[in-house]
Design a protein around this ligand. Structure first.
Ligand SMILES: Cc1cc2nc3c(=O)[nH]c(=O)nc-3n(C[C@H](O)[C@H](O)[C@H](O)COP(=O)(O)OP(=O)(O)OC[C@H]3O[C@@H](n4cnc5c(N)ncnc54)[C@H](O)[C@@H]3O)c2cc1C
Length: 382
């Protein structure tokens, strides 16, 4: 290895852009456990129904990096100085680099309606933990009446979450999804929309399209629907209205698209900095058939080995490879033991879909060692 070669990867609980070396900072972990690495957002929902254990989806850094030479540093990146090749951390000192990989992901689009701070986000392991705690409180408190939940946003996250919540709360839950658009899962193929509509109906989840939330207040949500103002009782409001890329840390922002994604070359290098690679949700990763790859785990996973190869190629003066996105299909959980897997001409639903989805994500868990531990645990029912 190049003597001055350090690859820094700045993640709190790393996402899918796992690279061959990492600097992985994290703030205080309010799940009350040791520093965890979250690789699979899509499996967060399973924490609500406790279908999966925390260690299945979020193994610790110590465990993952045990047999590697990777130095693990847990901190927040507050600024990146591209010219000086220097990074400022919140708790520790500055760090210099020769090569830099930036994959800070995205965050929930900040709510803009009055009172939206009363709504809970659902995007991280902490969010899932806090939501689970809140549900447990409501389950204790609401011993007689129903528990009213409003999910804002009928995209994949809102639909998946609503189905899982319905299965967790059972007959005690009264769940509604509100979306200002005319259909649910607008960006997904029709067979998925239909399967999701069936799953929502089966769980008696009220779906309001053309419903634009005006305000969140203690115990209720105010919304416009077909020209009239309505209100809906809500013990809990969950905000799943899409994500926006994390802002570049510090003032020296590289060139970005109108969507605030960093503009990168097909090799994932920043336009003006050969030694800096940006990938995942933060980057507008160019690809053959589309202007940019979608902001999904699927594209981040595919970009990671290209970034790893290109770092090695840069350091050893070999040719770099372009990133090329291949769409592999869609997978959505539609409740406990129910999912849809759609792609390659296949459409698997119900328990079969759930098994296929679980299998696909099992293959995406980090390291074979962890995968085998998880598989043994599943087979043993533990
Ligand atoms: C609830 C949910 C469900 C999803 N389901 C799916 C799905 O089913 N299929 C799919 O393809 N995609 C799904 N996605 C999208 C997918 O998770 C993202 O596209 C993917 O995680 C992006 O990977 P990434 O490496 O760019 O960022 P991330 O996985 O978000 O990782 C970025 C990391 O950087 C850390 N970080 C941020 N700022 C700083 C800082 N200043 N200093 C240090 N660290 C920092 C973050 O904490 C995070 O750990 C889902 C997303 C969410 C939120």
């Amino acid at each position: 290895m190049h003597p001055r070669w350090r690859l820094w990867r700045f993640v709190l609980r790393p996402g899918p852009t796992t690279l061959p070396a990492a600097l992985s900072p994290s703030p205080a972990n309010n799940t009350g456990r040791t520093a965890r690495s979250l690789h699979l957002h899509p499996l967060l929902y399973e924490r609500l129904t406790e279908e999966l254990k925390l260690w299945h989806i979020a193994p610790t850094y110590r465990e993952l990096l045990a047999s590697t030479a990777i130095q693990h540093c847990q901190d927040w990146v507050t600024a990146i100085d591209l010219k000086q090749q220097r990074i400022t951390l919140r708790q520790k000192n500055e760090i210099t680099y020769d090569y830099l990989v930036v994959a800070l992901g995205s965050q929930i689009r900040p709510p803009t309606v009055p009172g939206s701070q009363l709504a809970m986000p659902f995007a991280t392991l902490e969010d899932a933990w806090i939501l689970s705690q809140r549900l447990a409180e409501l389950e204790d408190q609401c011993t007689h009446g129903p528990i009213d939940v409003v999910v804002a946003g009928a995209g994949p996250s809102g639909v998946e979450l609503a189905c899982k919540l319905a299965d967790r709360l059972g007959h005690r839950g009264r769940i509604a999804i509100l979306d200002r658009r005319s259909i649910i899962l607008r960006s997904l193929p029709v067979p998925i929309q239909r399967a999701a509509a069936r799953a929502l109906a089966k769980r008696q989840i009220d779906v309001y399209t053309h419903a634009s939330i005006q305000a969140v207040q203690a115990g209720r949500v105010i919304y416009h629907h077909h020209g009239q103002t309505h209100q809906r009782q809500a013990d809990l409001v969950i905000w799943t209205v899409g994500t926006v890329p994390h802002a570049w840390p510090g003032s020296e922002e590289p060139k970005t698209t109108p969507l605030a994604q960093c503009i990168v070359r097909p090799t994932l290098q920043l336009v003006d900095y050969d030694n800096v690679l940006v990938l995942g949700d933060m980057a507008a990763m160019p690809t053959h058939h589309q202007e940019r790859a979608p902001m999904t785990a699927q594209s981040a996973f595919q970009a990671a080995p290209i970034a790893a190869h290109n770092l090695w190629a840069l350091a050893t003066h070999r040719p770099l490879r372009p990133f090329c996105y291949h769409h592999l299909g869609h997978m959505l959980t539609l409740g406990q033991d129910e999912a849809i897997v759609f792609g390659f001409g296949l459409c698997l639903t119900g328990q079969l879909g759930a098994a296929a989805r679980r299998w696909a994500y099992w293959l995406r868990l980090p390291t074979w060692r962890h995968r085998w531990r998880v598989l043994r645990s599943w087979l043993a029912g533990r």
